[in-house]
Design a protein around this ligand. Structure first.
Ligand code: ADP
Length: 485
């Protein structure tokens, strides 16, 4: 697959600065490997602060003209970018499976999902309305203009190599901003391929730049530059806090999508099939490596045993393997560190009295494959209930009353996604509103869409991505006070 993608021009190994494929100044490179096999796919440029400053300068140059284009012109470029990504969704999906490991069908699904943000913001570009405010004096008029913030630094993770980029870059470009993207060093190839398609779509050189390599050096350059007016980040809470603190020195706008600890609450009155399907979907998407994956499955005592059995049966039927394999629905974890984390969370739970229903250890396939796992008798004090698992392990916790479920669900610093399964309409409203979460899925395990705002409360983040609200993150409200005469 790699050889075929390479000869078709889909594997790029240099950074992308000012519309040119660029090596690191010192010629250094880093390996990009396939997590399913350990094979090196290619070596990409390992960049740092200097290259980042070059990218910022290019983005600043491009901002002058891009922000002055009409919304309709920017919209057309974005629409062409969307069309090109969709026309190459198979190749981009293959590239993603190669570097990230997710099953090919899921990868192609992410390409469509990622592209949907570009299509949506191509349309939204034309709807950046301002406001006229009744004046305080008879001869004055007050206008509110929405203007692009300027150069945006976008730092993204490996779990959604395309979608986490398009969610940021599409609204930024739609508003007239230009961007410097720092994809994860584990999955830069999808980002580079998307940048190539952006240029083919007519998005001007410098409007989209990609640098990767030394994450903290690149991060520092983005933070230190007064020209970068906005940092948008998806990743760990620890790095997000560092970026937020670092952005203070130049007072940048900041959007953060950080870790979650999603509760998935299954009430006695749930439709068992619906709950099963929803819990499977939210827990095992991307082998559990998403920030909205159910982290704790809270099951009411009356349905607990029945649910645990049915859930284990469903989990044991999932095929694990290389994402290119026929029928595979669970790929490898991203790297050894991810496996160690999952192992240690499972061990901690077992040592404190949890029981493994199925799975519980590394998969016989080796590499970074982990057995899809269900553990019961999990308690709120266990590490697995407090930390983001980011792996295919479903911890089941038991509760008695609705009040207890809400208390358990909210007992965390995170507040991204939550899920509830119930057939009672009254309960669904009551509980949704009591949950301290940015997103609540009711009888539904997959809740992300480009048309609705995505984001967390508490320490899960700041700002929203997707929907009309996602545009505001890249705009400033500028008041113009005008004398009527
Ligand atoms: P994850 O655990 O999902 O990999 P990280 O927060 O470590 O989450 O990574 C998300 C993104 O943040 C990646 O692109 C990574 O390279 C980048 N990153 C990590 N550390 C820093 C840093 N100090 N400054 C800027 N970016 C960073």
């Amino acid at each position: 697959v790699a050889a075929r993608l390479n000869s078709a021009g889909f594997i790029r190994s240099q950074g992308f600065i000012g519309g040119k494929w660029t090596d690191a100044y010192d010629g250094k490179t880093i390996e990009v490997t396939n997590p399913a096999t350990g094979e090196v796919i290619t070596n990409v440029s390992c960049m740092g602060g200097r290259e980042t400053y070059d990218a910022i300068a290019s983005a600043q140059d491009a901002f002058v003209s891009w922000s002055k284009q009409t919304a309709a012109e920017r919209s057309k470029c974005l629409r062409r970018w969307y069309d090109l990504i969709m026309a190459h969704k198979d190749e981009l999906g293959q590239l993603m499976t190669l570097e990230q490991g997710k099953p090919l069908k899921e990868a192609i699904g992410e390409v469509s999902y990622g592209a949907s943000f570009i299509e949506f913001y191509a349309e939204e570009a034309k709807r950046v309305y301002g406001d006229v405010i009744p004046a305080t004096l008879p001869d004055r008029r007050l206008f509110v203009l929405k203007q692009p913030v300027g150069v945006v630094g976008a730092i993204t993770p490996w779990n959604f190599p395309l979608a986490m980029i398009t969610r940021k870059v599409a609204p930024a470009l739609a508003c007239g901003c230009t961007v410097v993207i720092k994809p994860s060093e584990l999955t830069p190839l999808t980002a580079l391929a998307a940048a190539e398609l952006a240029i083919q779509a007519g998005i001007p050189p410098g409007a989209v730049n990609v640098v990767m390599g030394n994450a903290s050096d690149i991060g520092e350059a983005l933070l230190a530059s007064p020209q970068v007016r906005k940092i948008t980040f998806t990743g760990s809470t620890a790095v997000g806090k560092k970026l937020m603190a670092g952005a203070a020195s130049t007072v940048k706008k900041v959007s953060l999508e950080l870790g979650g600890n999603a509760p998935c609450i299954i009430f006695d009155d749930a439709d068992l099939d619906v709950a099963l399907k929803g819990a499977m979907a939210t827990k095992f998407r991307n082998s559990g490596q998403t920030c909205v994956c159910a982290n704790r499955i809270l099951v009411q005592e009356g349905i607990y045993d029945k649910f645990a059995n049915a859930f284990s049966n469903a989990v044991s039927s999932m095929k694990v393997g290389d994402g290119f394999g026929e029928g595979v629905v669970q790929g490898p974890l991203i790297n050894d560190a991810a496996v160690h984390k999952v192992e240690s969370l499972v061990q901690d739970a077992i040592s404190k009295g949890a029981k493994v229903l199925i799975g519980g250890k590394k998969h016989s396939l080796g590499m970074t494959f982990f057995e899809p796992t269900v553990i019961t008798d999990v308690k709120s004090e266990m590490q697995i209930s407090r930390e983001e698992v980011f792996g295919p392990v479903a911890p089941l916790l038991k509760f008695k009353t609705e009040e207890e479920a809400i208390r358990m669900a909210n007992d965390t610093n995170a507040g991204l996604a939550a899920y509830i399964f119930t057939t009672s309409i009254k309960r669904s409203w009551r509980v949704s509103e009591a949950l301290e979460y940015g997103l609540v899925g009711v009888n539904e395990g997959l809740i992300s869409t480009e048309v609705a705002p995505f984001g967390g409360v508490k320490q899960s983040g700041l700002g929203r991505e997707g929907s009309k609200y996602g545009m505001d993150e890249y705009l400033e409200l500028c008041k113009e006070k005008r004398n009527k005469a």
